[in-house]
Design a protein around this ligand. Structure first.
Ligand code: NAD
Length: 243
């Protein structure tokens, strides 16, 4: 895939799935913007990308920081072709034990953050009359999961945001799709108890955990010309976990 002369902004890309996506876009010739709340991680990730990358520290829940992210991107790179809403967190516990702040924080970062980034990016893309937005949801946004009421609700909400923004933006040449990963090996899943991991893995038809690159491949496809007639969709990448 060739993304030469295109600018790709990936949130939460200091590590994990976001960093894998950033690497793949850089290899495909895109100018990549690494955006993350982790300032040190931003600098390290940007330095290791082929051809270099623009690193911008931004908290996706802050309107001011999201505005500054796109202002700086436009100033230095002049356009925004691809945005991947990947920044996300978990605060898992059973609902009866879940604190209000665990709910608010997960919904703020995973869902409101994606709304703020989509709003800022779509202003630019509408003027360009082209753009690709890919939201990283989760299979639990489709199925629900005990111990993840906040996270599942945020990821289901992200699917609603995907479909609504697809409807609002299609006429301006912008597609909006979601990828729903299953169990992917990153720091996020390393924090899960071993028993819960084993339970998930038993149900994966393709007998291995997913890798960040498995998700990056799906994102690249949805951002490419090959997917120009696909919008408002959810692409499940879970090795058959939810079949
Ligand atoms: P990760 O924890 O390794 O990386 C998440 C990144 O987001 C981190 O670099 C973190 O600093 C950043 N981040 C957190 N809060 C932020 C904020 N407010 N503003 C900007 N950046 C912020 O997680 P991951 O496994 O790579 O997950 C990436 C995405 O994929 C998340 O949205 C996650 O929900 C989703 N996902 C992951 C899995 C999985 O199995 N790992 C499954 C389904 C969906």
């Amino acid at each position: 895939m060739d993304f030469s002369n295109q600018v790709a902004v990936i949130t939460g890309s200091a590590r994990g799935i976001g960093l894998a996506i950033a690497r793949r876009f850089a290899v495909a010739g895109a100018k990549v913007v690494i955006c993350d709340i982790d300032e040190t991680g931003v600098a390290e990730a940007a330095a290791q990308l082929s051809g270099g990358a623009l690193g911008i520290k931004a908290d996706v829940t802050s309107v001011d920081e999201v505005t500054a992210l796109f202002d700086q991107t436009m100033k230095e790179l002049g356009r925004v072709d691809v945005v991947v809403n990947n920044a996300g967190i978990t605060r898992d516990t059973l609902m009866l034990r879940m604190k209000e702040e665990d709910w608010d924080m997960v919904l703020d970062i995973n869902l409101k953050g994606s709304f703020l980034v989509t709003k800022a990016a779509s202003r630019i893309m509408m003027k360009q009359r082209s753009g690709r937005i890919v939201n990283i949801s989760s299979v639990v946004g489709l199925t629900g999961n005990a111990g993840q009421a906040n996270y599942s609700a945020s990821k289901a909400g992200l699917i609603g945001l995907t479909k609504s923004s697809a409807k609002e933006l299609a006429a301006r040449g912008i597609t909006v799709n979601a990828v729903a990963p299953g169990f992917i090996e990153t720091e996020m899943t390393r924090a899960m108890p071993d028993a819960a991991k084993e339970e998930f893995l038993k149900q994966v038809l393709i007998n291995r955990p997913g890798t960040p690159d498995d998700i990056a491949s799906a994102v690249m496809f949805l951002a490419s010309d090959m997917a120009s007639y696909i919008t408002g969709q959810v692409l499940i990448v879970d090795g058959g976990l939810t079949v």
